[in-house]
Design a protein around this ligand. Structure first.
Ligand code: SF4
Length: 447
């Protein structure tokens, strides 16, 4: 029996699709790193672990640490009868989870849940611990718990009113200080407090967060609600962190999770990248979260290229009737010109197009795809998910066929939740158009 203080678990994902496009539970791993530093003995179970040796089939891995998760088909929730897609549970089979937990003795469990509509993975774990470890407290963090607290409270109070539980609402340091009032750490302080990527079976990439929040306020985004202030961390600390993972663990791929990585470029990211170059770190950087094209000129693009940026995603949204103020078409085109001139090619680039907004204009989405094709930028459709607390959520409540307020499952973007009657054929056609454009760029680059 392994004695620990806390057990930390990254839950399964229940969804139509899920892909490891640099997808990690950053907050949970950060908490793990700080708990270790405070002297707590912890154990981490990643239920999405694509490298688990007991998986019935190894999921396919792709470039730069990305890849598939293991998945099993499960019945589709009733709400989604009209959605012409299959539904899956992504992650380890339940039997492997049972084996992982059975050898542990712990004082409490810490859980997370990222997307609001992924709560079934969290609820499965709450059910399990309430049934088999009813006296162990549960600490729950992540975006779902912050944005849908009432829904979570309702589930626990209705089913397990005797359960000891809390949500992790304050910053991690404050949370750990409070924890210390009840639980003395049973180990020795660990050597560093970086997010505990080394607790994974394998480190295909590391996620870096150089800032918190975003100075912009797009009406469909929860960034401001989750992080009211925009704070950038010290560049020196970030250089140390990248250097640590690269030199100690040989990590080559780093994904930035920042919402606004290029803001204050000269005093922030430029300093980080100059530091990386000065130390001779030969690494690759990826930006699964969109960069702000308005901040990219030739000088910025050249430094990104020199420092090893390999995957760049830009936020475009659409070419007309834009909802945000973050980029004009002129700024977007200047950014693309600068990126190509600096040596990037189409395979490095991609732009997100919002798809499935309330009262969607499908023709406009098509025109936006063709606009990107002309610019030689692969288009990626970002299907709209209504996020509680945002202005567009309120609008989506009026145009949706689902009870968005009551049921977070209905925020699932694959279902086109903001539409009364999603025209599936048109949606299919648009998705194929986007795929076709991306495939053409791939063929061109390969030839
Ligand atoms: S710029 Fe991006 S992160 Fe910032 S508010 Fe808009 S969508 Fe959110």
């Amino acid at each position: 029996m392994k004695e620990i203080d806390f057990l930390l678990i990254n839950p399964w994902i229940y969804d139509f699709s899920a892909h490891d496009f640099w997808l990690k539970p950053y907050g949970l791993l950060k908490l793990a790193g700080k708990l270790r530093k405070a002297g707590y003995k912890i154990h981490y179970i990643d239920l999405l672990d694509p490298f688990h040796p007991d998986l019935p089939k190894s999921p396919k891995r792709k470039l730069f640490g990305t890849g598939h998760f293991y998945k099993e088909a499960i019945p589709k929730p009733d709400f989604f009868r009209d959605v012409p897609r299959r539904f899956f549970r992504y992650g380890l089979p339940f039997s492997i989870f049972l084996r992982e937990v059975s050898g542990l003795r712990f004082k409490g469990v810490m859980l997370t849940c990222t997307m609001t509509y992924w709560y079934p993975g969290l609820f499965t774990l709450i059910d399990f611990f309430a049934k088999y470890f009813p006296k162990k407290p549960l600490y729950i963090g992540g975006i779902y718990a912050k944005l849908c607290l009432k829904h979570l409270e309702n589930f626990i109070e209705t089913n397990y009113p005797w359960l000891r539980w809390d949500i992790v609402r304050e910053d991690i340091d404050t949370f750990i200080s409070k924890l210390k009032e009840t639980y003395e750490p049973s180990g020795k302080p660990f050597s560093h407090s970086y997010p505990a990527f080394d607790l994974q079976r394998h480190i295909p990439y590391v996620v870096i967060l150089t800032s918190q929040g975003c100075p912009f306020s797009c009406p469909y985004c929860a960034s401001k609600k989750l992080y009211p202030y925009f704070i950038q961390h010290e560049p020196e600390e970030i250089i140390e962190e990248i250097s640590f993972w690269h030199q100690r663990f040989g990590v080559l791929d780093f994904a930035f999770y920042d919402d606004a990585l290029l803001v204050n470029f000269e005093k922030h990211l430029a300093v980080i990248l100059e530091g990386v170059l000065k130390r001779g770190l030969r690494v690759r950087f990826h930006t699964p979260n969109a960069l702000h094209a308005r901040f990219i000129d030739l000088e910025v693009a050249s430094l990104l290229k020199k420092a090893g940026f390999t995957t760049i995603r830009l936020g475009l949204e659409r070419i007309e009737d834009r909802l945000d103020q973050k980029v004009t078409l002129e700024e977007f085109e200047r950014a693309i010109y600068s990126l190509f001139k600096a040596g990037f090619n189409s395979s490095n680039l991609g732009a997100y197009i919002l798809f499935g907004l309330p009262n969607e204009d499908f023709d406009l989405v098509k025109r936006t795809l063709l606009y990107l094709e002309k610019l030689k930028v692969p288009p990626y459709l970002a299907e709209f998910s209504p996020i509680p607390g945002t202005p567009l959520f309120e609008l989506a409540k009026e145009t949706s066929r689902y009870p968005l307020q009551e049921e977070p499952l209905c925020h699932n973007n694959t279902t086109f939740p903001a539409l009364k009657n999603p025209p599936w054929e048109v949606i299919h056609e648009i998705k194929n158009l986007a795929r076709g454009i991306r495939a053409r760029f791939k063929t061109l680059e390969a030839s």
